[in-house]
Design a protein around this ligand. Structure first.
Ligand SMILES: C[S@@+](CC[C@H](N)C(=O)[O-])C[C@H]1O[C@@H](n2cnc3c(N)ncnc32)[C@H](O)[C@@H]1O
Length: 300
């Protein structure tokens, strides 16, 4: 790992307790973590200066503590107890103070969490390698924008349209986009992904990314209908979601891998490949086992 090591070094120097697990994941998956963290470090430092590494370490540590607390409450209550979507929008998505550190954590978990790290090669090898040449790619709930930027960096022939409901997140995505120099092929805008259900023109995207969005919705079935509508005949979808993992803005509780699979199939899509990984690092019995799954979907 080259520049990407700065994220890890900052974490180890400032919040070592949280950094040890992250370092372990990066050591075991060095090449995949470098694929994500090296360009991210270059874009972040160019956009925000070298202080960004300490800021992201703090954001990641704060997020990790919040996740552990929320999971303990979930374990005790036996079900997700989400707030109303309007409240989540006001206190999470529209709140810059909450959203900015959250977005840095949201991308770092791909390299730092055992449940997320396999999503990196899955995204690159099974999705990006199979998007049609010169294809248009839609990214729903792009947040920080990093998956879309990595996609365009890896596949110099594609165009990416990213959207997210959160203005503070799109602000980060646009800063990283400017630093990446890929403004001619990538754009990010503030938009509700569910509004796309009203768009009449369909079938134009050769690739669609919907990463870690479904669990934030009241009814993810609508999302699968939108994915189906916008996918080109020979298009491919990268979908991922969290299961049995409660967080402040997780609304829909998936307990079984079969649930999103069935929703995709009901919408007329077929699962081509699938991975699901646990984030549990000890063997202590728990009622719930937080996992993250990712699927490659195509038209049936
Ligand atoms: C956990 S983050 C995922 C970000 C990124 N896709 C990733 O995989 O790291 C969830 C994102 O969903 C966005 N989001 C939630 N509901 C949305 C909606 N209805 N339309 C668009 N974005 C939404 C949030 O603003 C947030 O950026």
């Amino acid at each position: 790992m080259n520049e990407g090591k700065k994220f890890l070094d900052s974490l180890m120097n400032s919040v070592k307790m949280v950094g040890v697990g992250a370092k372990d994941v990066c050591d075991k998956h060095n090449q995949d973590c470098s694929w994500l963290l090296d360009p991210l470090a270059r874009w972040s430092e160019k956009a925000y200066g070298e202080d960004i590494f300490l800021a992201t370490a703090k954001g990641y540590a704060e997020y990790s503590i919040n996740v552990s607390r929320a999971q303990a409450i979930y374990e005790k209550n036996g079900r997700y107890m989400p707030e109303l979507l309007d409240t989540i929008k006001a206190t999470v998505y529209d709140d810059e103070k909450y959203m900015v550190p959250y977005m840095w954590a949201a991308i770092l978990i791909y390299a730092f969490w055992p449940s997320m790290v396999s999503h990196i090669p899955f995204f690159r090898d099974e999705f990006l390698n199979n998007v049609a040449e010169n294809g248009k790619v839609l990214e729903l709930a792009c947040g920080h924008g990093v998956l879309g930027l990595l996609a365009a960096d890896y596949r110099k022939d594609i165009h990416v349209d990213g959207l997210d409901i959160s203005a503070p997140a799109i602000n980060i995505a646009n800063k990283l986009l400017d630093a990446s120099g890929m403004q001619d092929r990538v754009s990010f805008q503030v938009k509700d992904a569910l509004d796309l259900s009203k768009a009449s023109e369909g079938g134009s995207y050769k690739g669609i990314i919907a990463a870690m969005l479904a669990e934030h919705l009241e009814n993810p079935k609508i999302l699968f209908k939108i994915l189906k509508h916008h996918l080109a005949e020979d298009g491919i979808i990268y979908f991922s979601t969290a299961l049995e993992s409660f967080q402040k803005d997780h609304v829909y509780e998936f307990n079984n891998e079969s649930e999103p699979i069935l929703m995709a199939e009901e919408a007329g899509l077929r699962v081509e490949k699938l991975i699901s990984c646990s984030s549990k690092t000890n063997t202590k019995p728990t009622r719930f086992n937080p996992r993250a799954m990712a699927m490659i979907l195509r038209h049936k």
